[in-house]
Design a binder for this molecule. Structure first.
Ligand code: GCU
Length: 417
């Protein structure tokens, strides 16, 4: 068969496109990914309210020591231990505008310099002007730089490129301000670069290394730990910021940054509310369901998100001393929101719901209603008890619908404090 030049060129383009899309699909969803509910293995979740000495615990023991036991298990086997050492920090107000967003908000951009080397992290904050006192706030890391959160020309583009406001839909800043909430954000890469070959040489980790140390030890923090540390450091600064009520700060995150928000909220009880948006494997989803993404899928590309110890649980989820209902329970009795999306099977929406449901007994210790009496709801039908859950119709993303729920939930739990 003789092909014309243009037909030949077209067929090459088609073949290259097919190879590219197949490899993309593979990169995202490996061949052994299970999406069949009937193939979910039978599993027993580790007991939440039975302590290391096998004794059933109540509220007093939970607060006294069981909560700490659970936290230690997550440090040892999943995220690694966050250093306790406090770095010296200096804050510098780099820019301020009391007339931002057409007069509706005050914008502040603050650089925080850590340790002797003055490691710099840039915080962007918007606070509603129409407030009678310090405002409650949402705090979350962003994926693409502070300038991606809103089209506002004055947002500094430090070390980042890309279009201003490219992800404004994921932040809904104008709506937050109208509803009386401040928003604080930092680019995750400024805390620890998420560059898929992370060798822990260029983020915050080296500031904590002992002499001659070059990587974290097997039980020490990975990137999720570092990002969560960063969120707590922003909260430190918000505690000094008169326009914000630091006792009413919700920590929020999407996807890997949802995993981070959960770990930040678990470790730092100053966060008044925790929101996990499509956080999936290593976030809200139960590991033992082995549905969608699994540990061995993450370790090769992004094992650095976790501690080295976590790697041994590849294909051995059942041996983990924890599962993610225990992570969620560490948020209790504070309000917790877990959100999933129907097309985000990779993140196992059902596993995210079940983890929230099985975390509920800890809420019940505080006489707060969780999700024990609920089944996973139909798409777009949120449940709001002390735990919020919804399954949004659509893809892996943060949308106006998600924020509508988070704001209603925050109105219920943060405004009345
Ligand atoms: C990948 C990864 C997920 C993660 C997501 C994200 O899909 O496998 O675990 O949540 O990226 O952060 O966008």
């Amino acid at each position: 068969m003789v092909m014309s030049r243009s037909a030949e060129a077209l067929s090459i383009v088609v073949v290259v496109f097919l190879i590219f899309s197949v490899s993309l699909a593979e990169a995202k969803e490996p061949a052994d990914t299970n999406y069949d509910e009937s193939k979910v293995p039978e599993y027993d979740l580790p007991a939440l309210l039975v302590d290391d000495a096998d004794k059933t615990v109540g509220r007093e023991e939970w607060l006294g020591y069981r909560r700490d036991e659970v936290l230690r298990l997550f440090e040892d086997s999943v995220y690694g231990k966050t250093p306790e050492q406090r770095l010296k920090v200096r804050y510098e107000l780099v820019e301020e505008d009391r007339n931002a967003l057409e007069g509706r908000a005050t914008r502040k951009q603050v650089a925080a310099f850590f340790g002797e080397s003055g490691y710099r992290i840039d915080v962007l904050l918007y606070v509603p002007n129409d407030a009678s006192g310090p405002s409650p706030a949402f705090l979350g890391l962003n994926f693409n730089g502070n300038h991606s959160v809103h089209g506002d020309d004055a947002i500094l583009k430090r070390g980042t490129s890309g279009k201003r406001g490219a992800y404004s839909g994921r932040w809904q800043l104008e709506t937050l301000i109208k509803r009386g909430y401040a928003l604080a954000t930092v680019h995750r890469d400024q805390i620890d670069p998420d560059n898929y070959r992370n060798d822990f040489s260029d983020g915050i980790h080296p500031l904590f290394y002992k002499k001659n140390q070059v990587v974290p030890e097997s039980g020490q923090w990975g990137s999720i730990g570092a990002w969560a540390w960063g969120l707590s450091r922003v909260l430190d600064w918000l505690e000094t910021e008169a326009l914000v009520d630091a006792s009413r700060v919700a920590v929020i995150g999407h996807s890997r940054l949802g995993k981070t928000a959960l770990w930040a909220g678990a470790q730092d009880r100053r966060f008044a509310m925790v929101v996990s948006n499509d956080s999936g494997c290593g976030g809200a989803a139960l590991y033992r369901r082995c549905y969608g993404e699994r540990i061995h899928h993450m370790i090769k590309p992004v094992g650095y998100w976790f501690c080295k110890n976590h790697h041994q649980y590849q294909q051995r989820e059942h041996e983990l001393p924890v599962d993610q209902h225990m992570l969620l329970s560490l948020v209790a009795p504070r309000p917790l929101y877990v959100a999933s999306a129907t097309n985000d099977r990779w993140a196992d929406p059902k596993g995210e719901f079940l983890a929230a449901k099985y975390a509920s007994p800890v809420y019940e210790l505080f006489e707060l209603e969780g999700l024990s009496d609920y089944q996973q709801p139909s798409p777009d039908e949120p449940i709001h008890t002390r735990i919020g859950y919804h399954l949004r119709a659509g893809k892996h993303d943060v949308t106006e619908f998600d924020w509508k729920q988070y704001l209603a939930f925050a109105d219920q739990h943060l405004q009345s404090n």
